[in-house]
Design a protein around this ligand. Structure first.
Ligand code: PLP
Length: 415
């Protein structure tokens, strides 16, 4: 399989590359690159508009891609909105709720309107993409933003969640898997709490979609986002999944061409979902590439991918725990995980640690990984993060662990 990923054969700083930064962006197999190029060289035309044969061919390919990607998360094609990525999807939802609060949308949109005293709930472990749009919505509407705390072991404090989520809660937005802690969060429990409170649920599935079987309707979630480039797909494309009744009632965010039925100089009427949320020219080639990416993941099998990555995570965790001065963030015993660990190296700044690993050809991410509040909660400003994907091997993990073993001695910070 690794031969499908030409970049994995590269040498970096005189060493064969060990790529452990897939949580930031995954590598892409040849099949995905070929699909985009084939589309552009053989079938490219503007979708949904042209009356010519090529336009019909491009439209079919684009809509087939929607069916494939929707099916990947257990959904029907009309439940999948193309976005440019997870950040765009989360902003779409937050701004649509803001528009409902302004009285925009169909009469059914009123169910999303926020009133003074309403609360939006997120977790302390969110990526900034699933935090700042809610901060902005709270500021614009006067709603209050609350957060579910993370325990010392990296799990969510469900007791606190139960007392926090109540009559005033209108939205519960949370990540399926934190991009820092790697722990699979208890979606069913949080959905049950939100349902009892009559709140809308929004799932950030960026770090779960490429790594474990995902059936969004079965999870009972109302809305969810994922990002193409993190799941073997191209940049510039992502998905927003929605329950049919929720998408149908939600007002649009971006407006313009391709999302309307009739337009006068003073007003416009909008298409049903998903087109109502797809104003302007869509990322057609990337969507077709993403369909090939999810077929690739399905071909390997999500259960097999999850099992492989859990094994890599266990191997990595065991190796790192033995190294003096390494503190793993979110080392909950027995937690279901993806292949991701973030850690602090005592006495060495994360950026120095990352550079040392890079000198050995090992690519990891350093910094706050767009989750600054979570790092603050663990008393650090930055961490080193290693994140695996289906193409990583035991040998990658062993070279990485050996590399980490060398960090503190190299910087004279300890054994
Ligand atoms: N949510 C999580 C958990 C992420 O890890 C990321 C990317 O790092 C995002 C959201 C944002 O995704 P994108 O930048 O592709 O929009």
């Amino acid at each position: 399989m690794r031969e499908d990923f030409p970049i994995l054969g590269k040498s970096v700083n005189g060493h064969p590359l060990v790529y452990l930064d897939s949580a930031a962006t995954s590598q892409k197999p040849r099949q995905v690159l070929d699909a985009e190029r084939d589309f552009l060289t053989r079938s490219n035309a503007a979708v949904h508009r042209g009356a010519h044969t090529l336009a019909a061919e491009a439209t079919d390919l684009f809509e087939d891609a929607r069916t494939t990607v929707a099916g990947f998360v257990g959904a029907a094609p009309e439940q999948l909105v193309w976005t440019s990525g997870a950040t765009a999807g989360l902003n779409l939802v937050a701004y649509a709720i803001g528009n409902a609060t302004l009285g925009r949308g169909a009469p059914a949109s009123a169910r999303f309107a926020l009133r003074p005293g309403d609360e939006l709930v997120v977790t302390e472990a969110e990526h900034h993409a699933n935090l700042i749009p809610w901060q902005e919505l709270a500021t614009r509407t006067g709603a209050a933003l609350r957060h579910i705390p993370v325990r010392d072991d990296g799990t969510l404090d469900l007791d606190a969640a139960a007392s926090l989520i109540g009559d005033r809660t209108r939205v519960v937005a949370f990540t399926h898997v934190s991009n820092v802690l790697g722990i699979v969060n208890p979606v069913a429990e949080l959905v049950a709490l939100a349902r009892d409170a009559g709140a809308l649920t929004v799932l950030d599935a960026c770090q779960s979609a490429p790594h474990l079987p995902l059936d969004l309707p079965a999870l009972g979630i109302d809305l969810a986002v994922f990002s193409g480039h993190k799941m073997l797909g191209p940049y510039g494309v992502g998905g927003l999944y929605g329950r049919a009744d929720v998408l149908e009632a939600l007002p649009p965010f971006l407006t313009g061409g391709s999302m309307i039925t009739t337009v006068t100089l003073d007003s416009a009427e909008y298409l049903p979902a998903p087109q109502r949320f797809e104003a302007g020219t869509q990322p057609v080639g990337p969507a077709i590439g993403l369909a090939v990416a999810v077929r690739y993941l399905e071909g390997v099998g999500l259960p097999a991918i999850h099992a492989h990555e859990q094994r890599l995570a266990a191997r990595m965790g065991e190796g790192l725990r033995e190294i003096p001065g390494i503190r793993l963030l979110g080392d909950a015993a027995g937690a279901e995980r993806v292949g991701l660990w973030a850690f602090d190296v005592e006495g060495v700044h994360a950026h120095d640690a990352g550079q040392y690993l890079d000198s050995l050809g090992i690519a990891v991410r350093v910094g706050h990984h767009c989750a600054a509040p979570l790092h603050r909660r663990f008393g650090v400003t930055a961490s080193v993060r290693a994140s695996a994907a289906l193409y990583n091997t035991d040998d990658d993990v062993d070279r990485f662990v050996e590399g980490v073993r060398g960090i503190r001695p190299y910087f004279g910070a300890g054994a």
